[in-house]
Design a protein around this ligand. Structure first.
Ligand SMILES: [Fe+2]
Ligand SMILES: [Fe+2]
Length: 240
């Protein structure tokens, strides 16, 4: 697993290039054969393009986020805690899946570390922790998860992968556009982790179900994900 982590770290920290991580094998239970590409065009006028996301985030979201940075940061705090919760929930659902438990233990720990870091930024900016109404993104995505296994497990892994991919893209946009250079640097520092999380969920799905099953379903879910975001939600959120 350490080898997986370090290889994906390389991908996440090399976002200006196209990376192909194929034929990586790290443990008897995880055959890491996958391609993972991040193509980033980090100029103010052009959005990032992340493989498997059907549409890039709009300039309207960037404008909304920058105009409401404290609220987006508070939502980001909730997102990190929820991401840890999703990983833990999956371990409750599939406690005998050793590869899944191993990968998601790492992810849950890392998401909680992000949660702590975002909360430190909130404190620094004088923003109190409080509840915040969630946007419709997560609930609408969850409606696409089929109710019974094995389809449920596949969908949960792929929905998680898509959320991580979108988080990766949007944190990257904040990293590119945030006027506070220190905060921008912080957002960029999180990008590599979210890319690794995306890759880890994708690997878990393809190892269990195979690419012939995964890719058509990923296509369907990626289209749904982009349709959910096609209309900018009025409340400023990471996934508005
Ligand atoms: Fe995170
Ligand atoms: Fe993540």
């Amino acid at each position: 697993m350490q080898r997986i982590r370090s290889r994906l770290e390389e991908v996440g920290s090399s976002l200006s290039i196209c990376c192909d991580l194929s034929t990586i094998r790290s443990s008897p239970t995880i055959n890491l054969a996958f391609s993972f590409y991040c193509s980033v065009i980090a100029t103010p006028s052009r959005p990032q393009t992340i493989k498997f996301l059907k549409t890039s985030t709009s300039q309207a979201w960037i404008d909304q986020a920058l105009a409401n940075l404290d609220e987006v940061m508070l939502d980001h705090s909730h997102c990190e805690r929820k991401a840890a919760g999703i990983a833990i929930k999956l371990m409750f659902l599939y406690p005998g899946d050793v590869a899944l438990v191993e990968a998601l233990t790492d992810i849950a720990q890392e998401e909680l570390s992000h949660f702590k870091q975002v909360n430190q930024w909130l404190a620094r900016r004088g923003v109190a922790l409080r509840s915040l109404a969630a946007g419709p993104y997560g609930a609408k995505l969850r409606k696409h998860v089929r109710p019974n296994d094995p389809e449920r497990k596949l969908d949960l892994l792929l929905v998680s992968a898509l959320i991580e991919a979108r988080s990766h893209e949007r944190l990257g946009l904040l990293g590119a556009h945030c006027p506070d250079p220190e905060l921008a640097k912080f957002y960029r520092s999180l990008m590599a982790s979210e890319a690794r999380h995306y890759g880890a969920y994708w690997v878990l799905a393809t190892n269990e179900f195979g690419t012939d099953v995964v890719m058509p379903r990923l296509e369907e879910l990626a289209i749904a994900e982009s349709e959910i975001l096609a209309t900018l939600h009025p409340a400023p959120r990471v996934h508005s």
